[in-house]
Design a protein around this ligand. Structure first.
Ligand code: GDP
Ligand code: K
Ligand code: MG
Length: 300
C-alpha cells in the first residue's frame, strides 16, 4: 500500500452544552488547545484540533453544544455544530451522567442517528456518579435512539478514566488515509482566533451572570515587534453601557486580571513575550447583529 497503513480522519464531538466536549479534546490532545469553562455555550465556533503520530492523524472537530437557540448567536452556534457533523469519519457523542438526560440530548441523538456516521457514545463525568443503574438507563435510552452507535465507553474527561481505551477505539475505527495537515500543526484556526479565545475564556472564568455570554473579543491588531515581543490589541465587546464598568472593575482591577491571565496563556502557547492591550466597547445587542456576528464568527 502506498501510505503504509497510515490512518486518518475527522472525528466530531457532539453533545449538548457543558457535557465536556472541549475538556475531552484537550485531554486527548495532551495539551490545552480549546477553551473550557463551567458555563454552557463557552465554545462558539468549530475548531479542528489535530493530533499527529507516526501512524495516524486524528482531526478532532470541537463544536458548540446543540441547544434550543434564543438569540441569533445561538442559531449561528447550533448551525455550526450540526454542519460540523457532515462528512466526518466518526462522531463522539457525549452525554453527562451528572446532569442526566434532557430534551437537548434527545435532539442530539436524533441528529446523530440521521447522520448514519459511525458513532462512539461517551458516558462522561463518571467520576461524579456512583449510581450504576442511572448510568445504564441513560445509556440504553440513547442507544435506542441512535442506531449508528458502534461502541459505548464510560469515561471521565477530567480524571482521564478510559481515555487510552477511547483513543485506541478511535484509531481502530479510522480509515486508511492521507495526512491532512502538517505534523506540527495543532489547530486549523489562525493565531488571532486562538488569542481572542484565551481572552474570552478569562472573562468566562472571572465574571458571572449575563456578562460572559454578553462578551465577545475581537483582535484589532497583532504584530511582532522588532524586540521579539508579540503586540496584541483586542477589543472586548459588551452589549450594554452598564456592563462596561463590570469588565473594567474597580480601578481597572478586573480588566487587569483578565489581561494578566490571558497574557500568561498566550505567552505559553506562542513561546514569546506578549504585550496585551485591552479595550472595552459597548456594541448594542451585538449578539443579534448579523454584521457583527459575521465578523466575530468569521473564523469558520
Ligand atoms: P463543553 O461545553 O461540552 O465543551 O464542556 P466543557 O469542556 O467546557 O466542560 C464543562 C464543565 O464540565 C467544565 O467545568 C469541566 O471542567 C467539566 N467537566 C468536563 N468533563 C468532566 C468530567 O469527566 N468530570 C467532571 N467532574 N467534570 C468534567
Ligand atoms: K462549557
Ligand atoms: Mg466546548
Amino acid at each position: 500500500m502506498e501510505n503504509n497503513g497510515f490512518k486518518s480522519g475527522f472525528v466530531a464531538l457532539a453533545g449538548k452544552p457543558n457535557v465536556g466536549k472541549s475538556t475531552l479534546i484537550n485531554a486527548l490532545m495532551g495539551q490545552k488547545v480549546v477553551i473550557v469553562s463551567d458555563k454552557p455555550q463557552t465554545t462558539r465556533n468549530r475548531v479542528n484540533c489535530i493530533l499527529t503520530e507516526d501512524h495516524y492523524q486524528i482531526v478532532f472537530v470541537d463544536t458548540p453544544g446543540i441547544h434550543k437557540p434564543i438569540r441569533k448567536i445561538g442559531e449561528y452556534m447550533v448551525n455550526i455544530a450540526i454542519n460540523a457533523l457532515k462528512g466526518v469519519d466518526l462522531i463522539l457523542f457525549i452525554i453527562d451522567t451528572k446532569d442526566g438526560l434532557r430534551n437537548s440530548d434527545l435532539r442530539v441523538a436524533e441528529i446523530v442517528d440521521k447522520s448514519k456516521i459511525p458513532t462512539i457514545l461517551l458516558v462522561n463525568k463518571v467520576d461524579l456518579i456512583k449510581d450504576k443503574e442511572k448510568i445504564n438507563l441513560m445509556t440504553e435510552k440513547i442507544q435506542s435512539l441512535s442506531s449508528n452507535i458502534v461502541k459505548t465507553i464510560e469515561i471521565s474527561a477530567l480524571t482521564g478514566k478510559n481515555l487510552s481505551e477511547l483513543k485506541q477505539s478511535i484509531i481502530d475505527l479510522l480509515p486508511e488515509g492521507p495526512q491532512y495537515y502538517p505534523e506540527d500543526m495543532i489547530t486549523d484556526k489562525p493565531s488571532r482566533f486562538i488569542i481572542s479565545e484565551l481572552i474570552r475564556e478569562k472573562i468566562f472564568h472571572l465574571t458571572k451572570e449575563e456578562i460572559p455570554h454578553s462578551s465577545g473579543v475581537v483582535i484589532e491588531e497583532l504584530k511582532e515587534r522588532e524586540n521579539g515581543v508579540l503586540y496584541v490589541r483586542a477589543e472586548i465587546y459588551v452589549e450594554k453601557k452598564s456592563q462596561k464598568p463590570i469588565i473594567i472593575g474597580k480601578n481597572g482591577s478586573m480588566i487587569k486580571k483578565i489581561g494578566q491571565l490571558a497574557r500568561q496563556d498566550i505567552e505559553e502557547l506562542f513561546e514569546r513575550k506578549v504585550y496585551l492591550d485591552l479595550y472595552v466597547k459597548v456594541r448594542d445587542k451585538w449578539r443579534d447583529n448579523e454584521n457583527i456576528l459575521n465578523n466575530i464568527m468569521e473564523y469558520k
